[in-house]
Design a binder for this molecule. Structure first.
Ligand SMILES: [Zn+2]
Length: 374
């Protein structure tokens, strides 16, 4: 069936795993060029869309490149073939090769870029360094005559309330006594004007996403028999989600910084090695990681109290300041090497969902290719 898989089919799989809404506002993700209706043929996953990657895609009969880094991120006035990026766009279009990008949306997804990195390093019990809050939720509490509880609940369910994960129509209720006295001008459903009335009422509780508040309120009022229904809308506290940047986990057993760095250099296939702040014989067990340039998370990592933080692109001053502040051991394994494990994750995802042949561009696209030690 794989010959019938279109570029759009693969995009649907990727957009589901790495929702574009998770991307940062400055980012540029999704289809860059290519026709969604064309067959995907073979798919090539890479970190950077370099001339070498496009060359390999053309030679290998690939119809779609899935890249982590956007080819076109900042404003572009020209894709003329004599510009570095325009040359790539021309080669892709001439070769009938589509290009799709999953960048910060893949960083924050679950599983995402840093999950692949954490897994490669053998970390367990992994959670985000900087978890995004779950979508805001209200708790609705409605008092309704016992015999009308079901109709009110059903109306609120139909408006989207009562959904928790893979469950729908969730509610909780208990019966108590409500009381009221209608005054002049009222037209009470139960009781008389000027008369104290007591009613067996169900207290029905359910959650609803905050964005549904207007719809749920209309459903409640529409289905409730009372002129003035009694209800509470409580804003639930924000809970951390499984989405967000970076991951923190635990090694199966403590190792020294030197051992961990040496192992990272091998399993991450970093083209120019791994550097760490040390001391080399310090034992570490809790480790935070972030694929790519992770120095924006240095403060968040320090608050976690982990033993070590592995990322890429660490610079002199942020590292020096983090160490002076008593932060963890810092380990720089390079930008490409910390993001490449995601290529395998995305390739497995696409192959599993579509049956299409998928490969990773294994040759490092790290711009540093020469490494000398004094
Ligand atoms: Zn990156």
């Amino acid at each position: 069936m794989s010959e019938n898989v279109s570029v759009a089919d693969v995009i649907a799989v990727l957009d589901d795993a790495y929702p574009p809404r998770l991307a940062e506002s400055w980012d540029a993700v999704g289809l860059v060029c290519g026709d969604p209706q064309e067959p995907a043929r073979r798919i090539l996953v890479c970190v950077d869309v370099t001339d070498d990657v496009v060359e390999a895609a053309g030679a290998g009969g690939y119809g779609l490149i899935v890249a982590h880094h956007p080819l076109l991120l900042r404003g572009v006035e020209s894709v003329a073939a004599d510009t570095p990026k325009g040359r790539i766009v021309h080669r892709l279009i001439r070769g009938g090769i589509a290009l799709y990008t999953a960048h910060t949306n893949a960083d924050k997804a679950d599983p995402g870029v840093s999950d692949a990195l954490a897994e490669t390093l053998g970390l367990r019990d992994v959670t985000p360094i900087d978890p995004q809050p779950q979508r805001p939720v209200d708790k609705w509490v409605v008092m309704v005559p016992e015999g009308n509880a079901e109709q009110v609940s059903e109306a609120m369910f139909a408006a989207g309330a009562g959904a928790i994960g893979d469950y729908r129509d969730c509610a909780w209720s208990v019966v108590g006594t409500g009381q009221f006295e209608a005054i002049d001008g009222a037209s009470p459903a139960i009781g008389q004007i000027g008369e104290r009335t007591r009613v067996d009422e169900a207290r029905v509780e359910m959650v609803a996403e905050r964005g549904l508040r207007t719809r749920v309120l209309a459903a409640l009022r529409g289905a409730h028999p009372y002129e003035e229904p009694a209800f509470d809308v409580l804003e639930q506290a924000a809970l951390p989600s499984a989405l967000g940047l970076g991951r923190v986990g635990v090694l199966p057993e403590p190792v020294t910084v030197g051992e961990f760095a040496a192992r990272a250099a091998v399993v991450l296939r970093t083209p120019w090695g791994v550097r760490a702040t040390g001391p080399a014989d310090r034992r570490i067990e809790t480790v935070a990681v972030c694929g790519g340039a992770g120095d924006s998370l240095l403060a968040a990592v320090a608050r976690l109290g982990v033993d070590a933080y592995l990322t890429g692109d660490l610079r002199h001053h942020p590292v020096d300041e983090a160490l002076r502040a008593g932060g963890p051991v810092l380990i720089d394994a390079g930008h490409w090497a910390t993001e490449f494990p995601w290529c395998r994750q995305a390739a497995d995802l696409i192959a599993g969902a579509t049956g299409s042949p998928v490969d990773c561009h294994d040759d490092p696209t790290d711009p540093f290719t020469v490494h000398a030690t004094g």
